[in-house]
Design a protein around this ligand. Structure first.
Ligand SMILES: [Zn+2]
Length: 202
């Protein structure tokens, strides 16, 4: 399972890197047909004036894009291995309920995020936040059973691929404090945890 997670992280990272605008497009400056930079002239009108798409479309996008892509919206999130449900208030602050269910553990968390624009033209956000919640665990043989608390602060990026669909990835220190029911044993752990997933906004 760990390997699958690593592969997903690498694929997502590469994807985010390229979607930040490192792949540039060109258009004809006269008829605005899509052209390739290596072409000598526009196949439609013969013009040799090519413009980077960013220059022409950036202004239009800036007009349309605002915090409204994220503010006052409800989002259903799918993460590994769970679900979340959040609302983004004004000033780009969100509150979120998060559940993660695996074979041996169940985690219920409250999460608060504050978003910042990284790029308006590519709808890219930086966010930071805090998460805290309850964890319950029980092994299959029921030898180990207990519950406790989990807390996490993190920093990440969220990128909208479409108006209602985004991918996100974040990392931060995570503290887990759990107590075994049968042996009255207390365990504490401190770790860096990487989260990733996607959101569907309504
Ligand atoms: Zn042309």
């Amino acid at each position: 399972m760990k390997n699958i997670r690593q592969v997903i992280i690498i694929v997502l990272s590469v994807f985010l890197f390229f979607s930040l605008g490192f792949c540039k497009k060109y258009r004809c400056g006269v008829c605005s047909a899509e052209v390739k930079p290596e072409w000598k002239e526009c196949p439609r009108c013969g013009s040799t004036e090519f413009i980077e798409v960013e220059e022409t479309e950036q202004k239009e996008q800036q007009k349309n894009v605002s915090a409204s892509i994220i503010e006052n919206k409800v989002a259903l999130g799918i993460n590994y291995p769970g679900l979340s449900f959040k609302y983004v208030f004004n000033k780009m602050v969100s509150a979120e309920i998060k559940m993660q269910l695996s074979e041996i553990s169940k985690v219920f968390c409250l999460r608060f995020n504050k978003y910042f624009w990284l790029s308006k033209t590519s709808n890219l956000f930086l966010y930071t936040g805090i998460e805290s919640g309850y964890v319950y665990f029980k092994t299959k043989d029921e030898i180990v059973e207990g519950d406790g608390f989990v807390s996490n602060i993190f920093c990440g990026i969220e990128k909208f691929l479409f108006k209602h669909f985004s991918v996100w990835i974040d990392i931060g220190p995570n503290i887990v404090y759990i107590k075994d029911k049968n042996y009255e044993q207390i365990e504490q752990s401190f770790d860096f945890v990487l989260n990733l997933g996607f959101n569907i906004y309504f």
